[in-house]
Design a protein around this ligand. Structure first.
Ligand SMILES: [Zn+2]
Length: 374
């Protein structure tokens, strides 16, 4: 029994594994997932704690600050004796103590446009817990390049915003905010203040979106901006359409009007099959076309023989080369990116789509042990 199997059946996760619609399968997805949390402050602190507690397999934390006394009213990862210590050191010790199943990876640096793509690759979801615009735009562009969803959150005073950007078919941050505001035109939390509970709530909503994306439950906030006013408890969900002229994702913008600005994103039916079932279909008389949507470096590491390589972020540009009347099976590392690809293809009119559950990792475990795991 692997350590992941042991973790799966531990008492730690009993209250969520027992949930109808969640179960051992969703817990396994969490235990296999890699989440990158950028910024361990007001948003990142609660998000990282709850994601660690939920059993996310790998949490990567990026931050270069030290704990300041003014952080303590909202950043509950840190306590008074931690003032002056590097945030990452304190966070890592706390999160490892909270849940030893979680591998905590640390990058004591500032994320920039130059290093964003390298720091965020090899994850399933990125959580934007930053407090400045250059980092936010850099993250958006890196996530678009990776075809990786970006769970966005921001707070000011008594208000918060949450959304999911850069998911296939959905808008990106630049669709909503095309231009970076000039320095000094938007006041910071340091200047205008924030009530401590507000980033706590917004950070946990971000953690919720991460869990939903990984476990494929519920309706993630793709194409939706959630606005919260905690003074009145007014909540609004605003539809955000992908913008054809967007400088980041516009070249791939769709011209169809199926992305209604007011209705929730539709969830088309995609057949979920285990690797062994897909392998049997591939050996049968009418095999589906197996498409691997991972990135090039991943395909170089491990590959299912006979699969076609079509990285997720190139799908909108390359969809014209596919035949909507054919059957396609989508494959990635753990089954999440491939499901997004399949859902997106379904929205484009493809009718015979299979998601390979558990991805190439499950394929290696259950079909072909000759395929390296990574
Ligand atoms: Zn965009």
């Amino acid at each position: 029994m692997s350590s992941s199997d042991q973790a799966l059946w531990s008492r730690r996760y009993a209250r969520q594994v027992v949930l109808k619609g969640f179960g051992a399968e969703a817990q396994q997805r969490l235990l296999s997932a890699r989440v990158c949390v950028v910024g361990v402050g007001g948003l990142g602190s609660p998000a990282a704690m709850y994601l660690a507690a939920a059993g996310v397999g790998q949490l990567t934390l990026i931050d270069e600050d030290v704990v300041d006394e003014s952080n303590l009213h909202r950043q509950l990862l840190f306590t008074t004796p931690d003032v002056g210590q590097p945030k990452l050191d304190v966070a890592a010790a706390r999160l490892r103590a909270l849940n030893p199943d979680v591998q905590v990876v640390l990058h004591n640096t500032r994320l920039t446009a130059q290093n964003a793509a390298a720091l965020t690759r090899e994850h399933d979801v990125v959580l934007d817990a930053t407090d400045n615009f250059p980092t936010r735009y850099a993250l958006n562009d890196a996530c678009l390049a990776h075809g990786m969803p970006l769970v966005y959150g921001s707070v000011a005073r008594f208000e918060g915003q949450v959304s999911v950007f850069a998911a296939p078919g959905g808008p990106c941050y630049r669709c909503l905010f095309p231009e970076m505001p000039a320095p000094g035109t938007v006041p910071t939390c340091a200047e205008e203040g924030v009530l401590g509970v507000v980033p706590g709530i917004v950070g946990l909503l971000q953690a919720t979106e991460v869990i939903k994306l990984i476990t494929q439950i519920g309706e993630p906030l793709v194409g939706q901006l959630l606005l919260l006013d905690l003074l009145t408890h007014d909540q609004q969900r605003i539809g955000i359409a992908r913008r054809a002229g967007c400088s980041a994702c516009g070249s791939a913008a769709r011209t169809t009007s199926d992305h209604s600005s007011s209705s929730p994103v539709s969830r088309p039916m995609v057949q979920q099959l285990m690797p062994a079932e897909v392998a049997a279909l591939l050996a049968g008389p009418n095999p589906p076309v197996l498409i691997d949507v991972r990135e090039a470096w991943e395909v170089e590491t491990a590959q299912v023989a006979g699969s076609a390589h079509l990285p997720l972020n190139t799908l909108p540009q390359q969809v014209a080369s596919l035949d909507p009347s054919r059957s396609y099976a989508l494959l990635c590392h753990h089954g999440m990116r491939s499901e997004m690809a399949a859902n997106w293809l379904a929205q484009q009119g493809f009718t015979s789509l299979i998601n390979v559950q558990g991805g190439i990792d499950a394929w290696s475990l259950t079909v072909d042990p000759g395929i390296p795991r990574y």
